[in-house]
Design a protein around this ligand. Structure first.
Ligand SMILES: [Zn+2]
Length: 528
């Protein structure tokens, strides 16, 4: 999953794009009351990345200082790191890992070899999975043991891509006009390559993190029957057990024609559920219509659904999201955002924001008709009418709760509402009682470094926690009790989101900056 971005706004002076005051992320109540204050992080490059700005101050002219600042703000990696990260990226793109004809194990093996070559111990590089094509890789970089491990996850599988639909071969790594093209350049072999590169760099320099860093490259996030994260949790929990999880499959810099707009962190997700609505009827000759008709019953129910809205609800993440968006959005929208944050929320503001599909989906569970199928002949009364209703459920609610709500909304016992699972099985019984996990706390030990490094690399760009309206492998790690955050330093223009689409691509500079970001971020999170 890669969260297609979001709002088409963000005018306003860049000076408003601020990090939260420190401590803001800890207790929820405090966070909600947290006031805006300008507390810019010093832009200072670390020793790893070139000149130290404060030293420059004494020795260089103002012009040179400015140059050093710009270079540091752009992010820098050396040629050897560029080559390493390119080689890994290319290797991954050129291994077809689609569910249909690809092989995830081949990609796992290739990355395992790189770790062994970088002198990771054999016992710290494991390949395991339920079948020959869907093996996962789990690598461990040992730390000082001061804290419980951090788990990094990334999926190796990619969505299908056909040569005839693309301008280039989707399984060739092509550099063209400042972009890397290929299936997985956005979702998410770039992230996989970045994480591999980072751990190899750590190993080479002998960096000892303050905790073990476990890294899992996995199968079947995009589909298929062998989801690697789920399988590892069920079969080898001890191997990947961690205090928290960083998933590279989301978040990142949203940019507009290359200009950074915001750093998003997906900290929670909605739950996906399909329901089959069906009505049956004895039918008969269409020359003799009866008062009861399967198609009318069904369409009446769908009309009720069209007019129905699930209750307004915010959670820890969407609350902070609106607090921060209110600082950067248009004045009208910002006023509405502040109004919905009040207790009780302003219902007129809720209604106005709900006209926007993204806001609507952020503050409500949504259910929408997506397919319709009815009747068996032009000259017969329909014996059966069916629809699929797709729901995206807010954290804290289950598919069964939503099914019960739909039954109330339709208020027609003739309509059966059945849960459909991700393999298309239809259930006569109650739906799953599984709830989307409640949002994790926005931990200071994650968001502190994230804000600092974002400020260093994209000065003035706000960090905005976000709820993904789709789902990722985070559903498994969150359900296992491991707080999961989707964090990346890749920048994608809001009008260039090509994940799952044709001619998928990623800017070369965006990739390198993502490499640089992740190294800095991971080091900061795992250092004292
Ligand atoms: Zn993905």
């Amino acid at each position: 999953m890669l969260q297609p971005y979001k709002r088409d706004v963000i005018p306003g002076p860049r000076a408003f794009f601020l990090s939260a005051p420190s401590g803001c992320f800890q207790p929820i109540a405090a966070r909600i009351r947290c006031v805006q204050s300008y507390n810019p992080v010093n832009v200072e490059t670390s020793g790893e990345h070139g000149l130290n700005s404060s030293k420059c101050m004494a020795h260089f002219s103002a012009a040179l200082l400015l140059f050093a600042f710009l270079v540091s703000a752009q992010g820098q990696i050396d040629d050897a790191t560029k080559k390493l990260s390119d080689d890994i990226f290319k290797q991954l793109i050129e291994i077809n890992t689609t569910d249909s004809v690809g092989n995830v194990t081949t990609a796992s093996e290739a990355m395992a070899q790189r770790f062994r070559d970088a002198s990771f111990a054999e016992s710290d590089v494991q390949i395991l999975g339920p079948n020959d094509r869907k093996k996962n890789l789990v690598v461990r970089l040992h730390g000082s043991g001061k804290h419980k491990p951090l788990l990094l996850i990334g999926h190796l599988d990619v969505v299908e891509a056909h040569r005839e639909d693309w301008t280039t071969d989707p399984f060739s790594f092509v550099e063209k006009d400042g972009f890397y093209y290929g299936r997985g350049t956005q979702d998410m072999k770039s992230g996989d390559a970045i994480m591999v590169t980072t751990l190899i760099r750590f190993k080479k320099e002998g960096f000892t993190p303050d905790r073990d860093i476990i890294f899992a490259l996995t199968a079947d996030e995009e589909g298929g029957k062998s989801n690697g994260v789920d399988w590892l949790l069920k079969n080898h929990r001890e191997l990947i057990d961690a205090e928290m999880v960083s998933n590279h499959d989301g978040g990142g810099i949203l940019s507009d024609h290359g200009k950074p707009v915001m750093m998003t962190v997906d900290a929670t997700e909605k739950l996906y559920a399909d329901f089959q609505l069906s009505v049956t009827n004895p039918g008969g000759h269409s020359s003799l219509p009866r008062p009861d008709n399967a198609i009318y019953s069904l369409t009446n129910a769908l009309s009720r659904l069209e007019r129905y809205q699930f209750p307004f609800e915010l959670n820890e993440v969407t609350r902070v999201y609106y607090e921060r968006m209110a600082r950067v959005d248009t004045p009208e929208r910002a006023a509405d955002m502040r109004a919905i944050l009040k207790t009780p929320p302003d219902s007129a503001a809720v209604a106005r924001l709900s006209h926007d599909p993204i806001d609507n989906s952020t503050i409500h569970t949504t259910c929408v008709a997506t397919r319709l199928n009815a009747g068996h002949a032009n000259n017969a009364l329909p014996q059966r009418a069916e629809a699929n209703v797709n729901c995206r459920i807010l954290p804290g609610h289950s598919a069964e709760e939503v099914r019960q709500e739909l039954i109330k909304v339709f208020a027609d016992p003739a309509i059966a509402v059945r849960y459909v699972d991700s393999f298309g099985n239809v259930f006569d019984t109650a739906a799953s009682s599984r709830k989307s996990f409640p949002p994790p706390p926005l931990r200071r030990d994650v968001f502190g470094p994230l804000e600092k490094i974002t400020e260093e690399m994209w000065p003035g760009t706000p960090v905005i926690p976000d709820m993904a309206t789709g789902a990722s492998d985070g559903v498994y790690t969150m359900a296992a009790g491991m707080p999961t955050y989707q964090i990346s330093g890749i920048a994608i223009d809001r009008d260039d989101i090509r994940a799952h689409g044709r001619d998928e691509r990623l800017g070369v500079e965006s990739y390198y900056k993502g490499v640089d970001f992740y190294y800095r971020f991971l080091k900061a999170v795992t250092s004292e």
